[in-house]
Design a protein around this ligand. Structure first.
Ligand code: AMP
Length: 217
């Protein structure tokens, strides 16, 4: 099963992607998580992308594409994958399309998580993420069992530096300008599904699951 999750920052892509990656047993390829991991390990790629990620700007297409294509060539992606945070520009979507044709692969579903901006700003200010395994929490709707610690690995929860109000505003503008045109790009395909994402996690999960029933892989 090959799935793309589109949606603004805070729309719940990461939460749903983690759930469906487990349910469907396919890797969760989240470009933001990969970049944050490279930044924390101070690798060459991490140093190259750090200023973009921290300021809420998009990493240049060439860098993202090289990293994602390398990831999708790994053996665990042969039977499927779930893309979270990629593609984010029309150019990335076109290059992904060329790559899929070369592989004779097709995307089964493109889910767009639709949500209004007011809800996003609140959600992002309440979001916390594990500094180690990157599991996402919300202080109101999905708090950790023990304050400040990850339920899964016990490591410290942090607020992402790009979840601070000024950077959130920048990221929402970038989404509007560069990523939202992808909705029109994919809407024309039969795999496209709009999801009402201003609901609780379980309800969003049910909507997505309903559109995966009977999908031929
Ligand atoms: P995310 O965790 O998906 O919100 O991504 C965090 C940050 O990583 C973004 O604000 C960008 O700086 C960078 N990033 C992640 N995915 C992409 C992408 N597909 N294209 C460009 N930059 C990206």
């Amino acid at each position: 099963m090959r799935i793309i999750l589109l949606g603004a920052p805070g729309s719940g892509k990461g939460t749903q992607a983690a759930l469906f990656s487990q349910k469907l047993n396919v890797p969760h390829v989240a470009t933001g998580n990969i970049f944050r991991d490279e930044i924390s390990r101070k690798t060459d790629l991490g140093l190259q992308v750090e200023s973009f990620v921290k300021s809420g700007r998009l990493v240049p297409d060439a860098t993202v594409l090289e990293m994602v294509m390398r990831r999708l060539e790994r053996p665990d992606c042969v039977d499927g994958f779930l893309l979270d945070g990629f593609p984010r520009t029309i150019d990335q979507a076109r290059r992904l399309g060329d790559f899929l044709i070369k592989k004779d692969w097709k995307i089964n579903r493109v889910f767009c998580l639709d949500i209004n901006t007011e809800v996003l700003v609140t959600r992002l200010s309440e979001r916390r993420q594990c500094s180690s395994c990157q599991v996402v929490y919300n202080l109101v709707t999905k708090p950790p069992r023990q304050s400040g610690a990850c339920d899964h690995c016990g490591n410290k929860l942090i607020q992402r530096s790009d979840d601070e109000p000024n950077t959130v505003r920048k990221r929402l503008m970038v989404y509007q300008d560069l990523t939202s045109p992808l909705v029109a790009f994919y809407r024309a395909t039969e795999s496209f599904v709009m999801i009402q994402a201003d609901r609780g996690v379980d309800e969003v999960t049910d909507q997505i699951a309903g559109h995966l029933n009977g999908v031929h892989q």
